[in-house]
Design a protein around this ligand. Structure first.
Ligand code: CTP
Length: 424
């Protein structure tokens, strides 16, 4: 009786806690707010006030030049914590940047000037704020603010891209009137919107960013080999597996180049560059523009093995009852990747109908792969147009067989396996 009552009570309490977490995602969250020296720093009082009202504990760290734009007394009063900006305080006591960084559930850099952004992504560490940032293990949010030309400068765009490749969340600058009197993109996002970004982060199921900093190249879809301006030799590949791999890698923080043959699929993700090609030769030429710079390369494309020797300039008119088209072998892109392999982890696909494991093993060796993903056309639900796939992974002498799953889940299994083999 007692147990029954007690477990009912526990479940009520845990439901209540879950409800509080849902309604107040920032309650009890520890936020380090790094403020750098731009005029937009005047908005930071509202950000601190807003976070404290949401139940967060806030510690403010200023870059040296931010001290010219804000009042330390106001910020320490609002945050109920001392405001830090030097490695040592007035009494000569060390402000332990590692302790501050590890204390945080999230670090917010707002406003983030072009200078601080540049130092952050290139390892500059000449003040306490940067040392805190570099010691962080939690999610970092960057809210840039600067004049419009600085914001649109290629170096800023590149630095933002690098910050994203580290897995940081960018809170883009807004369009409007700037302190310079010019109108354009560069305004610090409003404090309440910055708070919304943080809330949605803490509400989201925890994403694993275990591919952050990695570059991944994926080939996908069919190739079309032209016969004349309107006809081609192709296959039924939908591209679904390759696109699922690209989505998976990007959602885990990787920068992805997805080189795809013709498909109706689309993928818009800040970490994915989609390159559309048609023929095997076009795919080959794009692949080797990126291959040297990636750590993981996955060939999931169904590349046509042969292409017409001659492509007619004009539409071929029907005449005889039979017609012969002479075909020549296409480059084996994956084989070439295997030959040129340096540090890349190289993955191929094998779609087999008989002697599956034996054929896949021989491709693994012949193409110098680290892993081969085997699908058997004899398995129901595996194949080109399906949303599901049933795979076996072969690597060295290791073999793992998986159940029939969605292609998104299959992509997850593949990257989980790859990560067990990558140097940490
Ligand atoms: N592949 C490639 N370029 C080609 C042919 C294949 O990059 N011209 C890649 C595919 O993307 C896949 C792997 O090689 O990852 C297996 O392709 P497959 O055509 O099955 O292998 P082949 O070596 O051509 O063997 P076979 O045709 O005898 O099955």
């Amino acid at each position: 009786m007692f147990l029954g009552n007690s477990s009912g009570l526990y479940s009520k309490i845990s439901n209540f806690v879950a409800l509080i977490l849902l309604l107040m995602p920032l309650a009890d969250k520890k936020i380090v707010l790094i403020v750098s020296g731009g005029i937009a720093a005047y908005k930071i009082n509202y950000l601190v006030r807003g976070l404290v009202k949401k139940g967060s504990e806030v510690r403010v760290v200023l870059t040296p030049s931010a001290r010219n734009f804000v009042s330390e007394l106001t910020l320490s009063t609002l945050s109920k914590n001392p405001v830090l900006s030097e490695f040592y305080d007035a009494q000569g006591v060390w402000n332990n940047h590692v302790e501050i960084a590890l204390w945080a559930d999230a670090i917010v850099v707002a406003p983030c000037t072009a200078n601080t952004l540049s130092k952050m992504v290139h390892g500059g560490c000449d003040n306490l704020a940067l040392a805190v940032y570099m010691s962080a293990k939690c999610q970092v949010f960057i809210a840039p603010a600067m004049d419009l030309d600085m914001y649109s400068h290629p170096s800023t765009a590149q630095n933002i891209e690098i910050a994203e490749s580290y897995g940081h969340s960018i809170i883009p600058a807004q369009y409007g009137e700037l302190a310079s009197g010019l109108i354009g993109q560069g305004r610090l996002e409003e404090p309440e919107k910055i708070i919304e970004h943080l809330e949605s982060f803490f509400l989201r199921p925890r994403l694993v960013m275990d591919l952050a900093g990695k570059k991944v190249l994926i080939t996908a879809g069919p190739t079309y080999e032209a016969i004349d301006p309107v006809r081609f030799i192709g296959n039924h590949s939908s591209g679904k597996m390759g696109f699922a791999l690209a989505r998976q890698a990007a959602s885990r923080g990787a920068q992805v180049v997805l080189i795809s043959g013709p498909t109706v699929l689309e993928l818009e993700h800040p970490h994915v560059k989609v390159i559309s090609v048609s023929s095997a030769r076009e795919m080959q030429s794009e692949v080797f523009k990126y291959y040297d710079s990636v750590q993981i390369a996955i060939a999931s494309a169904a590349v046509a093995d042969y292409a017409p020797k001659v492509v007619a300039d004009e539409k071929i008119k029907k005449s005889e009852d039979t017609m012969l088209i002479e075909l020549v072998k296409n480059p084996d892109i994956l084989m070439e990747m295997g030959q040129k392999k340096k540090e890349q982890f190289l993955v191929g696909f094998a779609l087999e109908t008989q002697d599956e494991v034996k054929n896949a093993q021989s491709k693994l060796v012949r193409k110098n792969l680290d892993l081969i993903v085997l699908n058997s056309l004899r398995d129901q639900g595996a194949g080109f147009k399906e949303d599901t796939n049933k795979i076996r992974l072969l690597s060295g002498d290791k073999q793992i067989e998986f159940d029939l799953k969605s292609k998104d889940e299959v992509a997850k299994d593949i990257f989980d396996f790859i990560l067990t083999r990558l140097p940490s």
